[in-house]
Design a protein around this ligand. Sequence first.
Ligand SMILES: O=c1[nH]cc([C@@H]2O[C@H](COP(=O)(O)OP(=O)(O)OP(=O)(O)O)[C@@H](O)[C@H]2O)c(=O)[nH]1
Length: 684
Amino acid sequence: MVLNPVISKLAGKLVVLASASPRRLEILRNAGLRFEVVPSWFKETLDKSLFKAPHEYAVETAKQKALEVARRMPFKHLKTPDIVIGADTIVTVDGMILEKPVDKDDAYRMLSSLSGKSHSVFTGVAIVLCHEKENDEVDYQLFAFYEETKVKFADLSENMLWEYINSGEPMDKAGGYGIQALGGMLVEYVHGDFLNVVGFPLNHFCKQLDLIYNHGAFSSEQETSPGSSSHNGTHASPTILTQSSPDTPAQSGHSNGSSAKHNPSAGQTRHTQSSPSASPVHKVKKNDGESEVGESSWTLVNSLSKHTDDRQAELVDSENAASLMTSRGPAMELNVTEHEGGEPRKEDLQRITELMDGFKASKALFTASKMCVFDLLQSRPGLDAAQVAEEIKASVKGTECLLEACESLGLLKSKERKCQKPVYENSGLASRFLLSDAPFSLQGYIQHCDKTVWPLFSHLEDAVREGSNQHEKAFGKKSKDMFQDTFYNSLDVKLRFMNAMHSIAKVTGQAVATAFDLSSFKTACDLGGCTGAMAYEFTKSYPGLSVTVFDLPAVVEMSEHFHPLRTDNRVSFVAGDFFNDDLPKADLYILARILHDWPDEKVHVLLSRVADACTPGCGLLLSEIFLDEDRGGPSRGLLQALSMSDGKQRSAAEYGLLLESHGFITAHIRHTDNLLDAMLCIKA
Ligand SMILES: O=c1[nH]cc([C@@H]2O[C@H](COP(=O)(O)OP(=O)(O)OP(=O)(O)O)[C@@H](O)[C@H]2O)c(=O)[nH]1
């Protein structure tokens, strides 16, 4: 069996599958491969018109998915993988490329275009070998290939089509069908690799690994000239790229001889050795018919230092700069190398100091917010420390220190009056997030952190030792139910907590509401929707949608406080407990920052109740911080877990499995550039 010799070669190596596809995970796991899953953040938005053939699009997308993970891991996971596998599956018919449907109507369009016809399924696969060099640089060697399988659909009636669409199965599958499941009923015959249709051409992948590891198709020591052939006669048509200047990012080439895709933000990328003309595509006889086997090739994506600064890491692939550097915040990079002579590097000391002083920075922000410094300087910019002290009824000395600290944190700006004391005004950051009346004010959340989270974290050591939250030590009384006992047992605490949730929902609402096209849904129910801030963002984004906010009576009775001039009658409030009371009927259920508050057993109770309220085809929109699959980040989520509530931070795959156990099929996952990620599921 080809795979076994290869498996032994991979033993002890860090193999990473850069895919959220449960089918790809299953295919490779069943084949005995041991690997980690790190879904790629690459957004599949390449311009299809740039590609001469559909398989090129699939191969390039697979390359970018794999490279994004290979480049991100040294910074985000503080470890460099040995091999990263990326894949992309597309369906082509009548010259169209079909990917995953965005909604039911799209699924109908796809399936009806496939009805009664033969079509092709292409899966592009990229294998990135990462080689760490002495100077801590990393060489990325890129192998890519594609596999084509022909599939013939039977003639599909309207009833059959809609029955299949309403099963929910089409939503997370290329071409809108799953050949390995209900979609198999639509298929008359298959010519070629069946698993290639499911999403991963295992046999071709094995042959490629065999080439790489057992037949020296390429190694970093070897000098390879273009067009050299490997053992099975396929040509490795290398495209070796070098950066035309130190800060021009690496760029992968195409395997089929087309010139490397220009990366506009990276300036000109110059081939040192352009690929030969389009390499021949080999036809090989498969046991059940002929399928095209795409050219295998490799590309040396030139070295990138593991210690590349954030700017260069960001430049490495400007198309993904957003996903690399913003959706999860700037890459946290800890340089641990030392100068000759052993004294610590400046950057290392700076990083460690930032971590040690972090709590002081937080407290300075909380205090200035609590003392209304930002609101004061918004209404009266240009005050000096003594004037601010007088207004906030504080000492001049203390106010001077606070204002200087806030300026060092980028929250204030100062300018010198002629030989007088500096005068202060808000920075852009403060004006956007720290004013009590700013559209994205986080003042509510800041007060919650100061009054509730801070006291809990003051007992963190006990929390770690005992593995439980320190509510009693922090607030003097036990808490059986976090919400009833902590947040809703007194008016001011309840208002502070609702303010906090309101501010987070205001900041994240639009990103969550527009993460997917939800225009096919007409009614939604926002479970635990608190003040309705998220609900209003949904109705703003979808004129045809009405949203019912379902939350505890203690919350609903306060909703007027947050929307005194309620103008949009498409948002309504219903009081109830989602663990015990009947849920309002809707065709879309929203769970935004709810499931992380509860352990798996409570999540199952809630999802079971939501599933019972759903009819097939109903949507469920989940919005949370999705941890990386190896739980290496983002720190925002992992730090939140230290509050030791009964809840749990989870990865997208963990949420997907919880949802799948209640009949919700994951259709789309989106890492937004905001504080929350999103997952859209459809009830089967
Ligand atoms: O018959 C089947 N055809 C296709 C599939 C599944 O469809 C998707 C294809 O989408 P993509 O290649 O973009 O992969 P994603 O699922 O989005 O995961 P990535 O993180 O890799 O982008 C794929 O899951 C196939 O398995 C099928 O199941 N049956």
